[in-house]
Each structure stands twice: as structure tokens, then as C-alpha cells.
Design a protein around this ligand. Structure first.
Ligand SMILES: C[S@@+](CC[C@H](N)C(=O)[O-])C[C@H]1O[C@@H](n2cnc3c(N)ncnc32)[C@H](O)[C@@H]1O
Length: 313
């Protein structure tokens, strides 16, 4: 299925995120999650001729789209890679520091809406869920190779699903009769052991858990944040939009840790840890979408934007 501009993805917290990101109109920025290119498009409109935007996406569909959309803008370089390879890619491009990094995490509407990608429990499709189809392990592979306890742990940790054990047991029993290969087969297996009253929420949690695991989303986020802070110039901004509590917790914790100076135990008479704050938070809490945006784009409801400025090398 081929998607075009309007329905690929509606960018979330667009104006706020770009306002927070840009500190130097001639600077070098990284959009770590290009998607439909909505954020990059506004970013480029705020930047000057000498600026650069390096746009990462691990999904080749997003890269092809960026090439189509921005093909004649020499300031944007689309990179088909996981943004957790930021350090190596920038080194290869001979870019020692950047002025800002934007991460707009998770999946795009395009990815969810294409049945063949297998991200949605609402459409029949293969149990795939890879953002990068060059990854080898699909959701079907993960299910086939994981023991019951591992699946239960995954559903509990990444999906915050209360009935994780029961669902894991049903999946392992169903797999013993033949591999689960489609979203429909997984939905039927989960539906057989869970209450119809909460069906959609349960399915959403299990699909989320599998997607996070297949794409190692939390690991990639942790690696990216720590490299990004090294690469940011002092005064540069880090802007992250997350869509579920696990991602947001990682971002919040990272920013808090980096914004704190001394981490000596309470009542230590003088600081012995020598820790220096590298970040100052640009907002004490997070920024959410307002009602108007949520009405226009329901996906914005769960978005939390956190941002920090690098203050120390
Ligand atoms: C929410 S969408 C981004 C939407 C984009 N800001 C826009 O305006 O259209 C997330 C995109 O980031 C990509 N993505 C998620 N995690 C990634 C990672 N670790 N490295 C590279 N791309 C990633 C996904 O493939 C998806 O296309």
C-alpha cells in the first residue's frame, strides 16, 4: 500500500518541539525519527541555508518518502539506520557535534495502517512488527522461540498486562499445535482466554509489548540518549516525545540524572562523587498536547515531550 503526504503521519506537538529544538538557525540537527517528515519539514523551514538536518529512520519506507519529499533540499540527509548508531554515522560524515536532537518515538501511523507490517491487531497480516525489515527476528519468530516464562515477562514488563501468564500459556499451547504466523491467529488465541469487555486494551498491550521487544525500542532509546548528550554542543537542545510510560520513564530518569550534580548519599558532609550536571531541564515537568490537537489527532493524547539543554561538556 502506498501512502501519501496527508495520511502517512500527522506530526505531534509540532510547533512546540521545533521551537524548543532550534538554538542556531545555521546549525546541524538530527531528526532521529524521520517518519513522514513532518517535524523535519518545519525544522528546515526555520533553518538557514548553511544548516543541516541528518534524518534517521530504520524503516526504508520513511527514507524513500523523505527522498521523495526533500530530494531537492541539499540540507537534509536521510539515513537508513537505527538512531542508536548516531555516533558512528556522524563520525563517518565528519560531524563532530550537533546543535540539537529530536526523537519522536514509536511507530508512525503509516506503519500501523499497513496490514502487511503486522503492527495492528485490527488488521489481518503477517506477525512481523519489524520497523526495519532488515532485522531478522519478526514477532512470529520471537513467539516461536520464547519459552512461556519469557513471554509472560515480556507482556508484563513491556505491556504492563496483568494477565500476562495466562496469555503466555495460551500462546505457547497454541504454538505447539502449529506456529502462530498471523495477527489474526494471535488475536484469536488471546481472545480465547481474556474478557471481551477489555479485549481491545488487552490486545493493544500485547501487541505493544511484542513491538517493543522485536525492535528493542527501550535499549535503542537508552543508547541514543547517552550518545546524543556526548555529541550535543554546550547550549544545544535534546527534545524527546514519547508515547508510553516505559519510554517516558527512561527519558525522565536520564534527564534527571544528567541534571543532578552531586549524587553522594544524603548527609555526606562533603561531595566525594564529583558529579557535574550536564543538562538543565527546559521544563520542570513534561509538555502535553492541548485539547485542540488531541481532537484533531487522537494519537497526540498520550504524547509527553521532555527537553533539556546541555550546559556542561
Ligand atoms: C512517530 S514516527 C515519527 C514521525 C515524524 N516525527 C513525523 O513528523 O512524521 C516514528 C518513526 O521513527 C522510526 N523509529 C523509531 N525508533 C527508531 C530508532 N531507534 N531508530 C530509527 N528510527 C526509529 C519509526 O520507524 C517511525 O518511522
Amino acid at each position: 500500500m502506498q501512502h501519501d503526504s496527508a495520511d502517512y503521519h500527522i506530526p505531534v506537538l509540532l510547533e512546540r518541539s521545533i521551537e524548543l529544538l532550534v538554538t542556531d538557525p545555521q546549525g546541524i540537527y538530527v531528526d532521529g525519527t524521520l517518519g513522514g517528515g513532518g517535524h523535519s519539514r518545519l525544522l528546515l523551514s526555520r533553518l538557514g541555508e548553511k544548516s543541516r538536518v541528518i534524518g534517521f529512520d530504520q524503516d526504508p519506507d520513511a527514507i524513500r518518502r523523505a527522498q521523495r519529499l526533500f530530494g531537492d533540499d541539499p540540507r537534509l540527509s536521510p539515513v537508513h539506520n537505527n538512531v542508536d548508531h548516531l555516533r558512528n554515522v556522524l563520525q563517518h560524515m565528519e560531524i563532530p557535534t550537533i546543535d540539537g536532537l529530536l526523537l519522536d518515538l514509536g511507530v508512525s501511523s503509516h506503519q500501523i495502517d499497513v496490514p502487511e507490517r503486522g503492527f495492528s491487531f485490527r488488521f489481518e497480516g503477517p506477525l512481523d512488527m519489524r520497523m526495519d525489515q532488515e532485522r531478522t527476528v519478526t514477532a512470529a519468530d520471537l513467539i516461536a522461540r520464547s519459552p512461556e516464562e519469557e513471554l509472560a515477562r515480556l507482556f508484563f514488563t513491556y505491556g504492563e498486562e496483568r494477565h500476562s501468564r495466562r496469555i503466555a500459556r495460551a500462546i505457547v499451547q497454541a504454538s505447539a499445535r502449529g506456529p502462530l504466523l498471523t495477527t489474526g491467529e494471535l488475536v484469536a488465541t488471546i481472545s480465547a482466554v481474556t474478557s471481551p469487555a477489555f479485549r481491545s486494551k488487552t490486545l493493544a498491550r500485547i501487541f505493544q509489548a511484542l513491538r517493543i521487544a522485536v525492535n528493542d525500542e527501550l535499549g535503542a532509546l537508552e543508547r541514543t540518549l547517552s550518545d546524543a548528550l556526548d555529541l550535543l554542543r554546550v547550549g544545544g537542545h535534546l527534545v524527546v516525545i514519547s508515547y508510553h510510560s516505559l519510554e517516558d520513564r527512561i527519558v525522565k530518569q536520564f534527564l534527571r540524572d544528567e541534571a543532578s550534580s552531586c549524587v553522594c548519599p544524603p548527609r555526606t558532609p562533603i561531595c566525594v562523587c564529583g558529579k557535574v550536571a550536564r543538562i538543565t531541564l527546559l521544563h520542570s515537568r513534561y509538555i502535553e498536547a492541548d485539547e485542540i490537537e488531541v481532537r484533531r489527532n487522537p494519537r497526540a493524547r498520550s504524547a509527553r515531550l521532555r527537553a533539556g539543554e546541555k550546559i556542561h561538556a
